[in-house]
Design a binder for this molecule. Structure first.
Ligand code: SF4
Length: 94
């Protein structure tokens, strides 16, 4: 059985969008600790982007729930919880 490329395999997953973001960024802490470039670099789904004003934007709907940002972000920058009510990613064959 051919598994396919990583993008092909990820395309089989289902994202059930919740009503609200399951990720919050403390913008002041992120600025103070310079967390923006780190978050942009470590997230495999490119959930985080830092705008020209320095604010970190969150494309939470793309989150793969891998936990990398939670493990590596400086303490106090992120509030992260699993999406509520069965929302979030459902992995399939990947
Ligand atoms: S849990 Fe993983 S995919 Fe989701 S925002 Fe954090 S690093 Fe990105």
């Amino acid at each position: 059985m051919r598994l396919g490329s990583i993008p092909e395999r990820l395309s089989r997953d289902r994202h059930n969008l919740g009503a609200a973001s399951h990720i919050e960024v403390d913008q002041a802490a992120a600025r103070r600790l310079g967390a923006g470039p780190l978050l942009e670099r470590i997230c495999p789904a490119h959930v985080y982007t830092q705008g020209p004003d320095g604010a970190i934007r969150i494309n939470w709907a793309a989150c793969l729930e891998c936990g990398t940002c939670l493990a590596l972000a400086p303490p106090g920058v992120l509030t992260w919880r699993y999406p509520a009510g069965g929302a979030g990613i459902a992995y399939r064959h990947g």
